[in-house]
Design a protein around this ligand. Structure first.
Ligand code: SF4
Length: 80
């Protein structure tokens, strides 16, 4: 499944990491994980790609959000 196939992993740009009021609400652990990559499309949506999916089939490329528990989670060092 890729971006746009389901609304479950889509968030509005207002809620992305470039917003000074950024929140993990609706995203969960991926928002602060070293293995996530935020993909922005021209419609203003953000998709959260899990890079663990490239080497481990247990991880979906676009996880169903919010991710509340994940064995692969590693906190980014720039987030307290
Ligand atoms: S390892 Fe888990 S928390 Fe990290 S990006 Fe992938 S699904 Fe999200």
């Amino acid at each position: 499944m890729g971006p746009g196939n389901s609304g479950e992993h889509v968030i509005k740009r207002d809620d992305n990491e470039h917003n000074p009021h950024f929140t993990v609400r609706g995203i969960g652990l991926c928002a602060s994980c070293v293995h996530s990559s935020a993909i922005h499309n021209k419609e203003g949506n953000t998709f959260w790609l899990c890079k663990m999916s490239e080497k481990d089939v247990r991880y979906p490329k676009y996880p169903r959000l919010p991710v509340l528990n994940c064995a692969g989670f590693e906190r980014r060092s720039d987030i307290p």
